[in-house]
Design a protein around this ligand. Structure first.
Ligand code: ZN
Length: 315
């Protein structure tokens, strides 16, 4: 892997309000979510995943997403996106002022066929009507491919399977695509090779990477993606999150850990780390349980100035 890193500026999306909070047992109020999202935008995040428009029985924590959107004051130049599963999601987005939605499919053929009786590419082809309806309503659409780097149901996901899904997204008019490692199985050399291949094969795609830190490789995988020229990544405040059907799943790599690393490396994010850490502390307090954030525990490296020990006087 080359450490001649071509990326000098990255765009981060804060997915904590959706991917992070959806796994919490206690429902977080719309008011609290709005405060956290405004804080994240104030810290400088250009993209925030606010919530999801899915069935409230399936994900009760996201049932107030419409209310959250209605209560937000949208800042110019900031993208407020939501995850959707179908046409109903587009309708809910349109009704509450959401202007950007994200669709998702699992790259696991076995899982998709068992669940939906369709291959992932067939599922994506079925998204065509969502994309058309969204565009009619002035809503932009992106697509995500979860389990792109491996899945709990398959030994491995062939690259040709992932390409088939990318092509299905392109065929329905989606050109912004996220490769997601929801199960925490991706590793740096694999990420570098896959990203290099994808970038060369589909130069028209705007790529995102979405890593869960389940096995501690989230930040290493981000670096590997950067080495391949990828510059858009999802992160989660305080590192909160998980995945309901993956044993031991952790959240996305902590936002403040990523911004800290990029600051130290001189890579531009436009994000104020101190303001971001205030929001992450607020999240940790609100959830009242330990979270996976190195920075919240240890602080910034630059702040670490200890008094030197007094030399022992021996006479
Ligand atoms: Zn995720």
């Amino acid at each position: 892997m080359s450490w001649m890193n071509p990326v000098k500026k990255v765009i981060l999306c804060e997915v904590g309000p959706r991917d992070g909070l959806q796994n919490e047992k206690n429902i977080i109020s719309a008011e609290d979510k709005v405060r956290l999202i405004n804080g994240i935008v104030e810290a400088g995040y250009p993209v925030v995943e606010v919530g999801s428009f899915v069935h409230p029985k399936a994900v009760p924590q996201m049932a107030n997403t419409d209310e959250v959107f209605r209560s937000l004051t949208f800042r110019d130049g900031v993208e407020y996106r939501a995850l959707i599963a179908n046409l109903k999601g587009v309708e809910r987005a349109a009704a509450c002022g959401c202007r950007k939605v994200k669709l998702n499919v699992s790259a696991s053929k076995a899982h998709n066929i068992a669940n939906l009786n369709r291959t992932p590419a067939e599922t994506v082809a079925g998204f065509g009507k969502c994309v058309d309806a969204a565009e009619e309503g002035g809503i932009a659409v992106s697509g995500s491919i979860s389990m792109a780097f491996g899945s709990p149901w398959d030994r491995e996901i062939p690259l040709s399977d992932v390409k088939e899904i990318v092509e299905a997204y392109l065929a329905v008019g989606v050109r912004e695509i996220s490769l997601s490692d929801a199960s925490g199985q991706a590793y740096p050399t694999q990420v570098y090779e896959m990203c290099t291949e994808m970038k060369a094969a589909y130069p028209e795609v705007t790529w995102w990477l979405h890593f869960h830190n389940t096995r501690g490789l989230g930040i290493a995988n981000i670096l590997a993606g950067m080495s391949a020229g990828f510059d858009r990544f999802d992160t989660s405040f305080a590192g909160v999150g998980g995945c309901p059907f993956v044993p031991g799943a952790a959240g996305n790599v902590a936002s403040e850990d990523v911004v800290h690393m990029l600051d130290e490396m001189g890579v531009e994010t436009g994000i104020d780390l101190d303001k971001l850490m205030e929001v992450s502390r607020d999240v940790a307090k609100l959830l009242a349980h330990p979270t996976d954030s190195y920075l919240l525990r240890a602080g910034k490296a630059k702040d670490l100035i200890l008094d030197l020990p007094q030399r022992q006087k021996n006479n």
